[in-house]
Design a protein around this ligand. Structure first.
Ligand code: FES
Length: 102
């Protein structure tokens, strides 16, 4: 199996029962999932996109993590912010305005 270059994890606030109820989901994370996948594809980025349960940073949500870079982003609430984050991924320089990790 060929591994993707990057894995983007997007908190969608899943709970044990499977329902998405938490802050990231309520703040619109699920609305941007398709855009993130499409934009990665359009840019030719080799990325797997997955949704997750709570990533324990609810107040900074919606939360998105890019591996293997271990970059944690918060507050991605629009396509424009996603574009900035993906611009950073392409350039090799994290998008500092939305980083919630150091
Ligand atoms: S619900 Fe997304 S970090 Fe908690």
């Amino acid at each position: 199996m060929k591994k993707p270059d990057y894995h983007i994890l997007i908190c969608n606030s899943y709970r044990v029962a499977g329902d998405a109820q938490g802050k990231c989901n309520k703040k619109g994370a699920s609305d941007l999932l398709q855009y993130i996948s499409d934009e990665c594809s359009d840019r030719g980025l080799d990325v797997a996109v997955s949704t997750t349960a709570c990533l324990n940073n609810c107040t900074k949500g919606p939360v998105l993590v890019i591996h293997p870079n271990n970059e944690w982003y918060g507050g991605f609430d629009s396509e424009e912010v996603i574009d900035e984050i993906l611009d950073g991924l392409e350039s090799g320089e994290a998008c500092a305005d939305y980083l919630i990790s150091e």
